[in-house]
Design a protein around this ligand. Structure first.
Ligand code: BG6
Length: 476
């Protein structure tokens, strides 16, 4: 296991909210190597003591205890350097050597400069590794440029691109569910499945990230990565093994089979929205456009898309993808809607009203899997069989604490296991599809519809939101 972590962007939001808390929990669970060292790198001039005090304050919120925080802080030292100046990086990191993992929790425009600085410092020599946060670029051309420049610094097998959804236990469970069960694999195709709904709804807004978000919007911020990763895990062919490249080969095939959007179809196949002032969890919140960054193209905070995968398994099966900020509930779920039975025997509910079977995989905020099967109600009288959908419920609350997705990913990066990281061709195939949507929107002048914060998005998106959790399901 590598024993030095260089964390670039160490004073940023991601480092404070996710990365250092993850390192703290890994340290408490004794999962970090002996002699582990964290070199926190950022622009702000600060001494190691000042940085430790700042970080200690942030970590005090974690339920780990002050001794555990002190133990982690003792491993941390701080280096400040202008991250946009490749020539300044090597001198600032002089004295660091050994098996390093450099984690770039910075905006993508700094990736190449920092990598070049690290290379000049000799810190990308094998077996050192580089970890990159999403987004990798903002379209296909910029992603290709970043990938090519990184390729000149170190081999693809030592580049770890993060999509933190892949670190979530419930997302990994999609693999277990699909490939550990004979029953599901047998019906996992267009003959038995009518449609698939993938929903990532957030109650959080854009607050504090306006500048980043004004360049991205919901499509590039969420669909290009998290939503498409979920789609890949649902739609991919069974890989021959869990070897990183074998698995990623299958995901790339799905991404390449996504049908590009065209201007003449985008009006019926997508909805864009942007939240206006409203109430979320009973609290008034401001609309996005009121805070929008001046002088930029307007972006959406909500997007719904009907995706088609042009291959044998999924021909004719719509994948309805939907994500948005400031929606009514925080919920991430995949719903697989099976086709109705080919012949209906029962009086009730009438065939046209009988719900077909559904498999609901709820990933957030709680984790559970439900398979809805039709069954008869034991009624008091001997009448006709009355059917209703009843869920087979597999609740998956973890026995102890739910791990932060980054714990798993940091550990895998330190151990060199790249199965849960995204390969360059995967990133590029995803951007190619996203670019087709962006250009179809531009060509057709697709409107961005307003919706009230705290609602389920623009009314025009109702068809994309057929499987919202009921209040009973949300309470489970
Ligand atoms: C990030 C996006 O990648 O994922 C954010 O940039 C989004 O806009 C976040 O809020 C959602 O992650 P999670 O784990 O809270 O579902």
């Amino acid at each position: 296991m590598h024993d030095t972590l260089l964390l670039f962007g160490a004073t940023g939001d991601l480092a404070a909210r996710q990365l250092f808390p993850s390192l703290l929990h890994l340290s408490v669970d004794a999962l970090l190597p002996g002699g582990f060292r964290i070199v926190a790198v950022a622009r702000q001039p600060m001494s190691t003591e000042e940085f430790r005090a700042w970080l200690g304050d942030k970590l005090a919120r974690e339920a780990a205890g002050s001794d555990a925080v002190a133990a982690l802080l003792a491993c941390v030292e701080y280096v400040h350097v202008d991250l946009a100046d490749a020539a300044a990086i090597a001198p600032a990191l002089a004295g660091i050597s050994g098996r390093c993992v450099s984690y770039l929790a910075t905006p993508p425009y700094l990736f190449v400069t920092i990598a070049q600085g690290l290379k000049a410092a000799g810190l990308l020599e094998a077996p050192s590794r580089l970890v990159l946060e999403k987004p990798i670029g903002s379209d296909l051309a910029s992603a290709r440029a970043i990938n090519a420049a990184l390729d000149a610094c170190l081999g693809e097998d030592r580049i770890f691109r993060i999509d933190h959804y892949l670190g979530k236990a419930a997302v990994q469970n999609l693999l277990a569910l699909r490939f550990g069960n004979t029953l599901l694999e047998a019906v996992w195709q267009h003959r038995w499945i009518e449609s698939v709904d993938i929903l990532v709804a957030e109650t959080a807004g854009v607050d504090g990230r306006e500048s980043y978000y004004a360049d991205y919007g919901a499509l590039r911020d969420m669909v290009q990565n998290h939503v498409l990763q979920l789609l890949c895990l649902v739609a991919m062919e069974p890989p021959a093994s869990l070897d990183a490249d074998v698995l990623r080969d299958e995901k790339v095939k799905v991404l390449r089979a996504l049908r590009p959007f065209r201007a003449d179809g985008v009006g019926t196949e997508s909805v864009r929205g942007r939240y206006e002032a409203g109430l979320v969890d009973g609290e008034p919140v401001r609309g996005f456009q009121l805070q929008a960054v001046k002088g930029r193209e307007p972006v959406e905070t909500f997007v719904a898309l009907r995706a088609s995968i042009d291959n044998w398994r999924w021909a004719g099966v719509p994948f309805r993808l939907c994500t948005g900020k400031r929606l009514a509930q925080r919920v991430t779920q995949v719903v697989v809607n099976f086709r109705p039975t080919s012949h209906w025997l029962f009086e009730k509910p009438r065939r046209e009203r009988a719900s077909p079977n559904r498999l609901v995989l709820r990933l957030q905020p709680s984790e559970n899997i439900e398979l809805e099967l039709m069954s008869s109600l034991a009624g008091p009288e001997w009448g006709a069989l009355q059917l209703q959908p009843l869920p087979l419920d597999l609740s998956m609350e973890p026995p102890l604490r739910r791990r932060i997705a980054y714990e798993r990913l940091l550990l895998d990066a330190l151990n060199g296991n790249s199965t849960l990281f995204v390969r360059s061709d995967e990133v590029e195939a995803a951007w190619a599809w996203i670019d087709s949507i962006e250009s179809a929107w531009r060509e057709s002048d697709a409107p961005i519809l307003p919706y009230m914060a705290g609602s389920w998005g623009p009314g025009a998106a109702a068809d994309f939101l057929r499987n919202l959790p009921t209040s009973a399901e949300r309470a489970r």
